[in-house]
Design a protein around this ligand. Structure first.
Ligand SMILES: [Zn+2]
Ligand SMILES: [Zn+2]
Length: 371
């Protein structure tokens, strides 16, 4: 007996793993893939990811479908019977559904040979440190380079049956931001003998607010958010070090460069003004998700004409997605798939409606057959 899509999703949901640690996920998926008829399939692994090529009847081109594999460092609070068995880990971004939909499509085409070649990409480490870029650069991927590429992301706010996307920019450029400041610690009563990094960090956080308000074109958009500020050890000791952690989001690649340049200038100013040492680390950086106009238009047209589908032309979002790296090199698109839950992505209570699995698989089978 073959597992249902819901069985597959629940099995994956129980074993969430962080980026590049998707060992159990990879093993489980490989077992599923091996249980399919192998006549048209070729399977390769890359780190904790998997690539599956389905040989098409005509095979004039290769169409890729990408699913991300990793979970998040979140303790699940759904109380569901198939709750995460991994302490402090949860599929809170729907990647369990993304993989299940990919498997559903793969299973269909393993039985019914497609016209074109297909490539199923199970990509590790979307949430961090970023698997798309190194996968694209890998020998394994280069050998099976596709002509176009498709991916989806679940959208909690839309009902099942809803598909939303747009031409051009869908998701922003994003970058993490970590700034470390190092000065001279000392006794609280002798500030003249020390060099206080709590004061320096406070100035810097305030100055960073001017980057978006004073340096970015008001008709463009950007965000600089500082989420963490750490420094010091005790109330009567002057802090020797401080750390600021945040994120940058921009709608254009140009603004990302500009924002970073301004941040670097402000940090240099703090170094001079407070006689301290500063270092900046941008952590994981994600390129924008840019939908190829022609290909997304074809998908939009297909989706609008289907019974039981609500199509929404959405606006761009400030979220990040490393699928953007694939789209930088391979034309294609990403779309939002409604899953109807009251909780947002990365929420410990996220509980997508599983009806979406068969809906998405049917919708995409139909679409792929038109290519
Ligand atoms: Zn996420
Ligand atoms: Zn995600």
């Amino acid at each position: 007996m073959e597992p249902s899509l819901i069985d597959v999703r629940r099995a994956l949901h129980r074993i969430p793993e962080l980026g590049f640690e998707e060992y159990k996920t990879q093993t489980y998926l490989l077992e599923l893939i091996q249980s399919l008829p192998q006549d048209f399939l070729e399977v390769k692994t890359w780190k904790t990811g998997i690539l599956v090529r389905v040989r098409g009847r005509k095979g004039e081109k290769t169409v890729a479908y990408r699913a991300d594999m990793d979970g998040l460092p979140i303790t699940e609070e759904t109380g569901l019977p198939f709750v995460s068995q991994h302490e402090g880990r949860m599929h809170a971004c729907g990647h369990d559904l993304h993989m299940t939909i990919a498997f559903g499509l793969l299973r269909h085409f393993a039985y019914l040979q497609p016209e074109t070649h297909l490539l199923f990409i199970f990509q590790p480490a979307e949430e961090g440190p970023g698997g798309a870029k190194p996968m694209l650069d890998s020998e394994e991927f280069r050998m099976w380079w596709p002509d176009e590429i498709i991916a989806l992301h679940i959208a909690p706010e839309y009902p099942v049956g809803t598909i939303a996307t747009r031409k051009g920019l869908l998701f922003a450029n994003t970058s993490e931001l970590f700034i470390d400041l190092k000065g001279q610690g000392g006794h609280a009563a002798y500030p003249h003998l020390a060099n206080d990094m709590v004061v320096a960090a406070s100035h810097l956080v305030t100055q960073l607010q001017s980057v978006v308000s004073r340096n970015v074109d008001p008709l463009d958009s950007a965000v600089v958010t500082i989420g963490v500020i750490k420094g010091g050890t005790k109330q009567n000791i002057i802090a020797e070090t401080a750390r600021i952690e945040g994120t940058i989001r921009t709608l254009s690649i140009e603004s990302m460069k500009k924002v970073k340049k301004r941040i670097e200038a402000l940090v240099s100013g703090i170094e001079i003004g407070f006689s301290c040492q500063a270092s900046i680390d941008y952590g994981s950086n994600y390129c924008q998700v840019w939908n190829d106009e022609e290909r997304v238009a074809r998908f939009m047209e297909y989706s609008q004409g289907r019974e039981g589908v609500t199509f929404i032309e959405c606006s761009e979002a400030m979220t990040g997605e490393d699928f953007g790296y694939f789209l930088e090199e391979i034309p294609g698109f990403m779309f939002w798939l409604g899953v109807d839950t009251n909780y947002g992505l990365h929420d410990a209570r996220l509980n997508p409606n599983e009806d979406v699995l068969s809906f998405a698989v049917q919708h995409l089978i139909g679409y792929i057959e038109t290519l």
